[in-house]
Design a protein around this ligand. Structure first.
Ligand code: AHR
Length: 503
C-alpha cells in the first residue's frame, strides 16, 4: 500500500483554534450532577458537596467551557426552583428523562463548581415551556450587579458579585418532537429573536448561540437553519450543531468513517450560514458551536429498563470501547479541521452520562477510553490549525464512498514553537506508512509520539481494570532531512509532538 503523505507549512493555515473548541456539557440527567459533580456524602466531597476526585479529572482535561443545565432537561426547567434555601426547593417531574428532579443543585451551585473546575459557564435558557420573560429574569439574576428584584435575589442567596456568564444558548434542539415545547422553525426563530434582543438589552456583552438542527438526518435540516437565521442572523453569534455516532450494525470500518459525515455536516451548515449572509448583504460571518458531540449507543437498551420517576438513575451510562476512542479522535480532528468556523465544541457529556469520566456512587472513578483523545486534543491542540494537503490510500464504504485510512490535522503553537500532529489510522489490519514534508519546520525535532492502541477493538476500562486501554509511548516516527517518516500502527490514535530544536 502507498504511504499517506502530509505537508506541514506555516503558511498553510486553516485558522486559529479557539480554546473553547475543547468544551464539555453537563445536564440534569441521570448521575451527571447527582453522583457526578455533586455528592455531599462522598468521602472526597468538599464543603459544597462537590466530588474532589471528579474535579481533579476535570481539571486534568483543562475544560475551557461547560454548557449547562441541558439538553432536553432545560426545555421544562424553572431555574427559580434551583436557587435559594435547599430545604425549600421543590421536587419536580422531569418529563424529558422521566425522572424526579430534587433541585439540590442549581445555577449558583453550578457557578461555584465552575470556579473550582477552572472553567467557564455556558448557560442554556428554557425556550420550550418558557420564553422572553424568564430569559430576561435569569440574565438579570446572573449578570446584573444589583439594585433590582432578580439581582438582589442573587445577592440575598450569598452572591454579591454577578456571575457574569458570557455565553448563552437560546434553548435546546427545538426542531425535535421529543423536545418539551417543540416548535416550528418560524415559531422558534421569532422566539429566539425576541429573547436574544432583551437578553442583550440587559447585558450587551453576552454571546448567543441559536439552535440549529438536532442532527444532519432531521427532515427539516437546512430549511430549519435558513428560517431560524432569517430571524436571528444579526442578533446571534453562533449556530449550534449536534451529532452522536454509534456502531449499531457492528461494522467498524463504517463506524470509523462517520467523521466524514461530520465534516460534510459542518460544511453544509457553513454554506447555509453564508447563503443567509449573502441574502441579507451582511458583512457578519456566522460562527458555529458544535455544542453536543460524542459516541452514544451502548446504553440505549439498558435505559429502556429504568424505572420511571427515579431520582438520578444510571441513565445513558455508555461504557466506551477502544474503537469508540478512535471515533472520538476522528471527531476531534474534524472539529480542528474546521477551526476557522467552529469556535465552540462541547463533548456530551462530562461525567457518567455518555462521558469520559465514570464514577461509582460513594466509590471510585476511572477514565474511560474516550478520555484520552479528548485530553490530548485539549492539551496539545491549542494554536493555529494547519491544512495538511493530506493524501491517503482509501477503502470503500457503502455510506461514505472512498474513505481515507489516514485522518489527520496539525496544530502549531508559534509562541511555544511546538507542533502537534493528531492522526488516526482507520486501517484495522495493517500499519500505515506516513511521510510528512517538514521543510518549513526543518529545525523541529520529535519530542514524543504517543499512541492509543489495543489488540481488541472492543476493549474497555472499568473500575476493576481502569488502565486496560491507555496511551503508550511509541518510537515509530523520526525526522530525517526535513521529512517525517513513520508507521502508524493499525487501528490507532496518534499524537506526534514536535518542538523547535533550541541548540
Ligand atoms: O446529551 C443527551 C441528549 O442528547 C441531550 O439532552 C439532547 O440535547 C440530545 O438529544
Amino acid at each position: 500500500m502507498k504511504p499517506a503523505t502530509i505537508i506541514l507549512h506555516r503558511e498553510f493555515t486553516i485558522g486559529e483554534v479557539d480554546n473553547r473548541l475543547y468544551g464539555a456539557f453537563i445536564e440534569h440527567l441521570g448521575r451527571a450532577i447527582y453522583g457526578g459533580l455533586y455528592e455531599p456524602d462522598h468521602p472526597s466531597a468538599d464543603g459544597d458537596g462537590f466530588r474532589q476526585d471528579v474535579l481533579d479529572l476535570v481539571r486534568e482535561l483543562n475544560v475551557p467551557v461547560v454548557r449547562y443545565p441541558g439538553g432536553n432537561f432545560v426545555s421544562g426547567y424553572n431555574w427559580e426552583d434551583g436557587v435559594g434555601d435547599k430545604g425549600r426547593r421543590p421536587r419536580r417531574l422531569d418529563l424529558a428523562w422521566k425522572t424526579v428532579e430534587t433541585n439540590q443543585f442549581g445555577t449558583d451551585e453550578f457557578m461555584d463548581w465552575t470556579k473550582k473546575a477552572k472553567t467557564q459557564a455556558m448557560m442554556a435558557i428554557n425556550l420550550g415551556t418558557r420564553g422572553v420573560n424568564s430569559a430576561r429574569q435569569l440574565v438579570e439574576y446572573c449578570n446584573h450587579s444589583g439594585g433590582t428584584t432578580w439581582s438582589d435575589l442573587r445577592i440575598s442567596h450569598g452572591y454579591p458579585d454577578p456571575h457574569k456568564i458570557p455565553i448563552w444558548c437560546l434553548g435546546n434542539e427545538m426542531d425535535g418532537n421529543w423536545q418539551i415545547g417543540h416548535k416550528t422553525a418560524a415559531e422558534y426563530g421569532r422566539l429566539a429573536q425576541e429573547s436574544a434582543k432583551v437578553m442583550r438589552w440587559i447585558d450587551p456583552t453576552i454571546e448567543l448561540i441559536v439552535c440549529g438542527s438536532s442532527h444532519r438526518g432531521m427532515d427539516t435540516y437546512i430549511d430549519w437553519e435558513t428560517t431560524v437565521l432569517d430571524y436571528t442572523y444579526d442578533l446571534v453569534d453562533y449556530l449550534s450543531l449536534h451529532t452522536y455516532f454509534g456502531n449499531r450494525a457492528d461494522n467498524t470500518p463504517n463506524f470509523l468513517a462517520m467523521s466524514v459525515g461530520m465534516d460534510a455536516f459542518i460544511e453544509e451548515v457553513i454554506a447555509t450560514c453564508d447563503y443567509v449572509k449573502a441574502k441579507k448583504r451582511s458583512s457578519k460571518k456566522m460562527m458555529l458551536a458544535f455544542d453536543e458531540w460524542n459516541v452514544w449507543f451502548h446504553s440505549n437498551e439498558d435505559d429502556r429498563k429504568i424505572e420511571p420517576w427515579s431520582i438520578a438513575p444510571p441513565q445513558l451510562e455508555d461504557v466506551y470501547s477502544f474503537e469508540d476512542a478512535l471515533v472520538v479522535g476522528c471527531m476531534l480532528i474534524s472539529l480542528i479541521k474546521h477551526a476557522d468556523r467552529v469556535k465552540i465544541g462541547c463533548i456530551a457529556q462530562l461525567v457518567n452520562v455518555i462521558a469520559p469520566i465514570m464514577t461509582q456512587n460513594g466509590g471510585g472513578i476511572y477514565r474511560q477510553t474516550i478520555f484520552y483523545p479528548y485530553l490530548h486534543a485539549s492539551t496539545y491542540g491549542r494554536g493555529i490549525a494547519l491544512d495538511l494537503n493530506l493524501k491517503s490510500p482509501t477503502y470503500e464504504d457503502s455510506t461514505f464512498g472512498q474513505v481515507p485510512y489516514l485522518e489527520s490535522v496539525a496544530v502549531w503553537n508559534p509562541e511555544a514553537e511546538k507542533l502537534t500532529i493528531f492522526a488516526v489510522n482507520r486501517n484495522l489490519d495493517q500499519g500505515l506508512s506516513l511521510i510528512g514534508d517538514l521543510r518549513d519546520f526543518e529545525d523541529y525535532r520529535i519530542m514524543s509520539h504517543t499512541v492509543l492502541e489495543h489488540e481488541n477493538l472492543k476493549a474497555f476500562n472499568s473500575f476493576d481494570h481502569p488502565d486496560e486501554v491507555k496511551p503508550q509511548a511509541y518510537g515509530g516516527t523520526e525526522v530525517k532531512n526535513g521529512q517525517l517518516e513513520g508507521v502508524l500502527l493499525k487501528a490507532s490514535w496518534n499524537v506526534i509532538l514536535l518542538e523547535q530544536n533550541k541548540h
